[in-house]
Design a protein around this ligand. Structure first.
Ligand code: FPP
Length: 254
């Protein structure tokens, strides 16, 4: 690793040093944490152990994102399709979520991190729902890193929800159909008020968006490292961020 990021990472200061260095960082990073199952298989362990190891990576990556001063981090933890996995795997993931929030909430709150759950909490078991609501409530007025964790999330379902809310506004005369703009739609997504995703990382070599933040990723840059999520290190993350800093982003222009 070369350049400014090395300095930022080595010193683990709250943010890179100069305004120029800071400008090269994405404002919003999204991560599809893929490969827990293959990691478990490779190590002849149960898939639950793979997810547990993946949670360790998650902790490190959140800490590092905060140390770098990146504004928003969105993590895909459980999709609407993940309910189709075995009961054993689903319940292991549900338990990991509880363990994660119970063990991390004090530190995250102390670091001024604001937690937001992307997705429909309605289908979650009561204990999980209450824990997630409490994490959102407790950190709701924090002003540091916006930590978005997608749980029972689907990008199309998020868009349908936005359309339904906007249709209600039109129906009751708050706005006309012609007044609906891209901003109106963005304001009805879970991520309302946060910038679009600049950089999406999906580990394990798979190159798909899998229904994650469809609207917010319109102009995102992508990275698909081969590393399985439990093996993904802060160093791998730094390398991806370094590569991002060299991308030419034109947003449709020249
Ligand atoms: C994808 O790997 C990963 C998931 C479906 C779950 C990700 C969840 C965590 C890392 C931890 C739990 C979340 C919190 C908030 C503590 P996969 O199982 O699809 O991997 P594979 O493609 O190799 O089978």
């Amino acid at each position: 690793m070369k350049g400014w990021l090395k300095i930022a990472s080595r010193t683990l200061q709250k943010a890179p040093r100069t305004a120029d260095e800071f400008d090269k960082l994405p404002k919003h990073v999204a991560i599809i944490m893929d490969g827990n199952g293959r990691w478990a298989q490779k190590h002849k362990l149960s898939v639950s152990k793979g997810h547990r190891q993946g949670t360790e990576t998650l902790r490190e990556i959140i800490r590092h994102t905060d140390d770098l001063g990146i504004g928003s981090l969105s993590l895909y933890a459980f999709s609407t399709e993940n309910w189709n996995r075995s009961e054993e795997e689903v319940s292991a993931l549900m338990q990991l979520m509880l363990d994660f929030f119970h063990s991390e909430i004090d530190e995250l709150d102390a670091k001024n991190v604001r937690i937001l759950i992307l997705g429909d909490k309605g289908r979650l078991p009561e204990k999980q729902r209450e824990t997630l609501l409490e994490a959102e409530r407790r950190t709701g007025s924090n002003t540091g890193l916006r930590l978005n964790i997608a749980i029972n999330y689907g990008g199309r379902a998020e868009l349908v929800k936005a359309v339904q809310e906007i249709a209600t506004l039109v129906k009751n005369g708050t706005i006309t159909a012609g007044e609906i703009t891209e901003e109106t739609v963005a304001n009805h997504l879970y991520t309302a008020g946060q910038p679009d995703v600049d950089f999406l990382i999906r580990t394990s070599g798979e190159q798909r968006l899998s229904n994650f933040l469809l609207y917010q990723c319109a102009y995102a840059e992508f990275a698909f490292p081969e590393t399985l999520w439990p093996d993904f290190t802060v160093h791998d993350y730094d390398q991806a961020l370094e590569a991002f800093s060299h991308r030419q982003r034109r947003f449709g222009g020249r």
